[in-house]
Design a binder for this molecule. Structure first.
Ligand code: SAM
Length: 252
């Protein structure tokens, strides 16, 4: 198995592959103003095993294309959708978020929890806009500095991992610059990291290492994950995931 396949195997057993929560997806839905509308067309990009997709499918009258570039995640999403009786509303699509082929102005909403960083916030915001109908909604969660100042060690770690990490005001300005009007912003609470994401991940580690013969690559992946968790425990007051909800507006 290559490193990406190993990463998928570490994560695929868990309900979600990044920080988040069902209540937080629902809160974002309220802010997006999508509830109660009919026949919506939605894309969930970087959907993983479908944590947000399933909430959207249950709450909305919508057809949802759930796209991810890792097939093992989509296989699990399919099974979960069937089990929940929601398969008719969800179309899993093996696709890269960097090469999407939705028709221009065809979507009422683009959803992406903990995944836009893979293409980069600014690029995603810019490139995905063309798929939204006028007035369509973009809802994404994204690594965000919660304070203007922060410890140098933390700053260096996240800048190396993700150069676009920034404050909420900077992210909102990016949205405004690229033809969106912000509808809402909130920060994911700590249990979205600890209970929903890190704890299940840590519980999976012993079986993961055993399944892969305690190989150096598997151990390196676990170690990197552990480093991230420790950083959150030490510095969680300085960074988090911001949830950004914005409406597409005509560019001036
Ligand atoms: N949205 C899910 C959740 O909240 O549980 C998954 C979040 S996980 C941190 C990021 C997801 O993005 C993974 O499922 C990964 O496979 C997917 N991904 C990464 N790069 C991608 C790309 N270029 N195209 C499509 N999906 C991608």
């Amino acid at each position: 198995m290559n490193e990406l396949e190993l990463l998928a195997d570490l994560h695929r057993h868990n309900e979600r592959q990044g920080p988040g929560g069902q209540a937080e997806t629902r809160l974002a839905l309220q802010l997006a103003g999508l509830c109660g509308r009919r026949d919506l067309a939605i894309a969930d990009l970087g959907c993983g095993t479908g944590a947000s997709t399933l909430v959207l499918a249950e709450a909305l009258d919508a057809q949802i294309v759930a796209a991810d570039f890792l097939e093992p995640f989509l296989d699990i999403l399919k099974a979960r959708a069937l089990e929940a009786g929601l398969a008719e509303r969800i179309t899993p699509r093996h696709a890269s978020m960097e090469a999407l082929d939705f028709a221009p102005e065809s979507l009422d909403a683009i959803w992406s929890e903990g995944a836009i960083y893979n293409i980069g916030f600014t690029r995603g915001v810019r490139e995905w806009r063309r798929f939204l109908k006028p007035g369509g909604v973009l809802a994404v969660s994204e690594l965000t500095w919660l304070t203007e100042q922060r410890p140098a060690e933390l700053d260096a770690f996240w800048r190396a991992q993700y150069p676009e990490v920034d404050t909420a005001s900077a992210k909102l300005a990016v949205l405004e610059r690229h033809g969106y009007s912000p509808l809402g912003y909130f920060v994911l609470p700590p249990h979205c990291w600890r209970e929903h994401y890190y704890r299940p991940l840590q519980e999976r580690v012993p079986a993961f290492l055993e399944d892969h013969g305690n190989s150096p690559v598997a151990r390196a992946i676990v170690e990197e994950q552990q480093q991230e968790i420790e950083l959150y425990e030490r510095y969680g007051e300085y960074f988090g995931y911001g949830f950004y909800i914005a409406r597409k507006v005509a560019e001036g």
